[in-house]
Design a protein around this ligand. Structure first.
Ligand SMILES: Cc1cc2nc3c(=O)[nH]c(=O)nc-3n(C[C@H](O)[C@H](O)[C@H](O)COP(=O)(O)OP(=O)(O)OC[C@H]3O[C@@H](n4cnc5c(N)ncnc54)[C@H](O)[C@@H]3O)c2cc1C
Ligand code: SF4
Ligand code: SF4
Ligand code: SF4
Length: 496
């Protein structure tokens, strides 16, 4: 290449880089995100694209990772080229023909879950004789807040179905029953997983409803981030003094789960979703569809503010129904805009990338006190002999981070496999150290720790006269094959 040609290529590269930087302005994607979501989770294919596109990144052959060699501007170009990140709107929300912000225009429907769009659509479909039946989920009259899938045949019953129950509902059972009862035109309301089931039954080569031409099913999907196991969540609420029979509404909004009583504007109790994480249905950890991508019409709340719904009409039929319901005065609709879409994209992305960390077992509590093991004195020479040897070039096999829980008098250690293969039979030894003396040694073994998997270990701290003693804690890890792979003394200090 001549000097002139190479200048031209350089100018073209700079132009593209700057142009895309401008396009990505305001987004939070960055090299840090690439590290967190793709590299540290073991999703990276080592294709080197990120390093190829950025002047301050180079490929580190020793660690098998991109490495920063200059100042990162956080422009997000590397993140947006990576084949493993999920960045395109269609990948995040599925395809749709029109987007709306909607809410009911029917006085009896006001006070539904959000904007009352779902109930209003059902009301319209019954009133206009477009459906014979609908499948909805109602509360079990015998067991408070347990979902019961139901076949309904009137707009009055549609109104009674208003509100979200944050648990799995066996809606397809009711759909099959409606088909057996010979209903021909059915509206089906369900979470994205429910919608997927119906879609598969219609479209898969071995689907049960594929050749069933006697009925049409209109799929109305609800946005869904997660659902909870009632048998675990409700006893927790009850233990916390909540009478479920008095709760009239449950709502998840901006990372919080709120419980409301009749005629009260403010929730009587709110929990962070993190607090309730352990009651989440395990299937939801494997779910990547926020917006019911296979529905005819998808309805959610995120992106549209209080008492309104975000609606995607995905099929021709879905779009016509939304527009006709608005034209005939059942619904109020406005076009969806860029501000609404950003909120949906953000949540959809959270859900799509959560699959990367699915394999992490979150809590693992050490209970094997190594009673037989004597407190030992490690001489300086010994310490040198057993110092950590890198097992693969410069690659570190484990990382350990600590957090102090003075209330529970424990030290939590988060142990992460930072190497790209399974570590087997890891022996973890934790002890309190003062000068060269050790006391309170604890030992546990981990049979296998997958690449980038993390486990939490709780080490009980020494307590004297009700006070936690904060000293130094030594954490060591070894495997039979690699010998010692981690050794570090953590100095504990009270939280500021
Ligand atoms: C488990 C779950 C999780 C959700 N998570 C989110 C979220 O993260 N972000 C978001 O924007 N929206 C979420 N939604 C949707 C949201 O709660 C509302 O359902 C949606 O905004 C429609 O509001 P609306 O006012 O039109 O509902 P309404 O007009 O009150 O109608 C609600 C309809 O939902 C049906 N329904 C209630 N519970 C269930 C259930 N468990 N399974 C199937 N159908 C049910 C009822 O039968 C009724 O027909 C979730 C819904 C559920 C059920
Ligand atoms: S400057 Fe380079 S490393 Fe930093 S975000 Fe942009 S492309 Fe990625
Ligand atoms: S572009 Fe993505 S997959 Fe390719 S090396 Fe970089 S982080 Fe890994
Ligand atoms: S998160 Fe997914 S699996 Fe869980 S209830 Fe919602 S759609 Fe179903």
């Amino acid at each position: 290449m001549t000097e002139n040609e190479s200048d031209k290529v350089g100018a073209q590269y700079n132009y593209s880089f700057e142009y895309i930087q401008k396009k990505l302005e305001g987004k939070k994607d960055s090299f840090g995100m690439l590290m967190k979501e793709i590299i540290r989770t073991g999703i990276c294919t080592e294709c080197g694209t990120c390093a190829a596109v950025c002047p301050v990144l180079e490929w580190d052959y020793l660690s098998g990772q991109p490495k920063l060699i200059g100042k990162c501007t956080g422009c997000g170009i590397c993140y947006n080229q990576c084949p493993r990140t999920i960045t395109d709107p269609i990948q995040l929300m599925g395809e749709f023909k029109s987007g709306f912000v909607a809410n009911t225009n029917i006085p009896e429907v006001i006070g539904a879950q959000d904007g009352g769009t779902v109930v209003s659509l059902l009301y319209y479909l019954f009133e206009e004789h477009l459906i014979d039946a609908a499948i909805v989920t109602m509360k079990d009259p015998k067991k408070p807040w347990h979902p019961v899938p139901q076949i309904i045949t009137s707009k009055e019953d549609a109104i009674k179905s208003a509100g979200s129950i944050y648990s799995h509902s066996q809606t397809v059972e009711a759909l099959m029953e409606a088909i057996r009862q010979d209903f021909r035109s059915i509206a089906f309301v369900g979470t994205p997983c429910n919608i997927d089931a119906v879609d598969k039954m219609f479209h898969s080569p071995t689907g049960m409803l594929k050749y069933f031409m006697r009925c049409h099913v209109l799929k109305i999907g609800l946005f869904c981030m997660d659902s909870f196991a009632p048998e675990a969540l409700y006893p927790f609420f009850e233990k916390d003094g909540i009478d479920l029979t008095k709760i009239t509404k449950m709502d998840i909004n901006k990372g919080k789960f709120h419980l409301y009583q009749e005629n009260q504007e403010e929730p009587i109790k709110s929990y962070t979703i993190k607090q309730l994480d352990k009651f989440k249905s395990s299937s939801c950890n494997f779910c990547t569809d926020l917006t019911a991508e296979k529905a005819d019409i998808s309805v959610g709340s995120v992106g549209s503010g209080a008492n309104k719904n975000t609606v995607f009409a995905r099929t021709g039929m879905g779009t016509e129904i939304m527009e006709d319901a608005a034209k005939k005065g059942y619904l109020k609709i406005e076009p969806f805009n860029a501000i609404n879409v950003n909120a949906v994209l953000f949540l959809a992305k959270l859900k799509k990338v959560s699959q990367y960390t699915v394999q992490k077992r979150k809590v693992f509590i050490v209970r094997d006190i190594a009673e037989k093991e004597e407190a030992r004195i490690e001489t300086k020479q010994e310490a040198e002999q057993t110092s950590v040897k890198p097992i693969l070039g410069t690659r570190k096999a484990l990382s350990v981070s600590k957090s102090l829980n003075e209330k529970e008098k424990t030290l939590t250690l988060l142990i992460t496999n930072t190497i790209g293969f399974v570590l087997e039979d890891i022996k973890i030894r934790v002890a309190t150290v003062e000068d060269l003396f050790e006391s309170r040694p604890w030992i546990t073994s981990i049979r296998e720790l997958f690449p980038y998997e993390s486990l939490e270990i709780s080490y009980p701290l020494e307590v004297k006269e009700g006070q936690v003693i904060l000293g130094n804690v030594l954490v060591e890890a070894s495997t039979k094959i690699h010998g010692k792979i981690f050794s570090r003394t953590f100095k504990l200090a009270p939280k500021e």
